[in-house]
Design a protein around this ligand. Structure first.
Ligand code: NIG
Ligand code: FE
Length: 391
């Protein structure tokens, strides 16, 4: 058995409510014991079980937080959209239409190229403290290209999502219903062995409420779990459909009615906010305070994709959430860790309670507060996953 004691932690965030009665479950002067990749003991450094633990890590008073759980990314694509970004910064609005440009380039790329670029993005994410990441298909939009996108995604993470319903591809522009048939039939069949989740972009210029219901129901019937891109560009049925179908999470939700909030508050569905997208498309942020006040559980994720949010950096997302969406630093840390884990229905990650996977970051500072307070500064010193150091 491999045991490692991490000691002399100035401030430890466990996300274990039972520790101090707050969601972050903070311990000062803390230590924890890792056994076989999982947390076996957490407590005060002075009472740490030191006997028979030859491997010790001295955190030198620094802050340790759980690894980020980035529950929403689109990492399988080729090329970029920097020109579209430039035009947007000059006043062009963001629209779902840009997706097809990336689709064109992705179809031309080999599996090896897609894997290499996915690995590069995962390495970026890991280096900024992400230890669990979800990854969607959605830039293939043919049976073969969606299936191979998911085969590549599976080599990067267990949290793979079939997003054949990301956009209506050019060749089906005049026949969207025929494309929906394809997604619900042969494409789903080819994608299913490689995916855990099914997602639909339910919004202006993408899929209607009726199409979304059909696609998600087909996926559920074939054993996939639903999640949804909802109400990013305009108000709509996305949240309602997500709650109705028991989605783990409704994502974006920049436009929310009172009814949407009430539905979420009475459900097991999280609201995942992706403020990197509003930042990079210069559009309105979701009203996070309304969600918190109604008691809705909120996750934060990067939405990494070449169109609306080309970042893998969760500390950056936290900084925007605190600065512009009025999260408290504590809410932001929780949403980027435990919130992400709940949005992926995972109990083994997102916290550092006993039995959790030993996934954590050692910051270069004494408080998690600095992630928002010192935006853009690389504050992640070390990253560990399953009890092994990956940075
Ligand atoms: O989550 N909203 C839909 N999909 C992505 C954007 C995809 C793109 O523009 O390439 C998103 O923001
Ligand atoms: Fe997205």
């Amino acid at each position: 058995m491999t045991s490692i004691l991490v000691e002399n932690i100035g401030l430890l965030v466990t996300n274990d409510l039972s520790i101090d009665g707050t969601p972050l479950g903070v311990v000062e002067n803390a230590a924890f014991l890792i056994e076989n990749g999982a947390i076996a003991w957490v407590g005060n450094s002075s009472s740490a079980p030191r006997n028979d633990v030859p491997n010790r890590i001295d955190a030198q008073g620094r802050c340790i937080i759980p690894g980020f759980v980035d529950s929403h990314t689109h990492l399988i694509f080729a090329g970029d959209r920097s020109r579209e970004f430039r035009a947007r910064m000059q006043g062009e609005p963001y629209s779902a239409g840009g997706i097809n440009y990336t689709v064109e380039l992705t179809r031309q790329a080999s599996n090896g190229q897609l894997l290499q670029s996915g690995r590069r993005l995962i390495a970026e994410a890991n280096a900024s403290g992400t230890t669990t990441i979800e990854c969607k298909s959605g830039y293939g939009l043919t049976v073969e290209d969606e299936a191979r996108s998911l085969v590549v995604a599976r080599q990067l993470t267990a949290e793979t999502t079939f997003l054949g319903a990301h956009a209506i591809p050019m060749e089906y522009r005049d026949n969207p219903e025929e494309y929906v048939d394809l997604v619900c039939g042969p494409m789903l069949e080819a994608a299913r062995p490689h995916a855990k989740w099914i997602d639909v972009f339910c919004d202006k210029g993408a899929f209607t409420g009726e199409q979304t219901r059909r696609i998600l129901r087909a996926g559920i019937a074939r054993g996939l779990l639903p999640r949804i891109h909802a109400n990013q560009l305009e108000p709509g049925e996305g949240v309602q459909i997500g709650v109705e179908l028991g989605a783990a999470s409704v994502d974006h939700v920049s436009h929310l009615s009172d009814g949407d909030i009430a539905r979420l508050a009475g459900s097991q569905t999280l609201a995942t906010l992706l403020p990197g997208a509003e930042f990079s498309t210069r559009s309105r942020y979701p009203d996070a305070r309304r969600l918190f006040e109604a008691g809705v559980k909120v996750a934060l994720a990067s939405d990494c994709n070449p169109g609306s949010s080309y970042t893998t950096n969760m500390p950056f997302v936290i900084a925007i959430a605190v600065r512009d969406l009025h999260f408290s630093p504590e809410e932001a840390i929780w949403s980027a860790t435990q919130g992400g884990a709940m949005a992926l229905r995972r109990r083994d990650v997102g916290h550092l309670g006993v039995t959790a996977s030993a996934d954590f970051s050692i910051l270069s500072t004494t408080s998690y507060m600095h992630l928002a307070y010192r935006p853009g500064v690389p504050l992640i010193d070390e990253v560990w996953r399953n009890g092994s150091r990956i940075k």
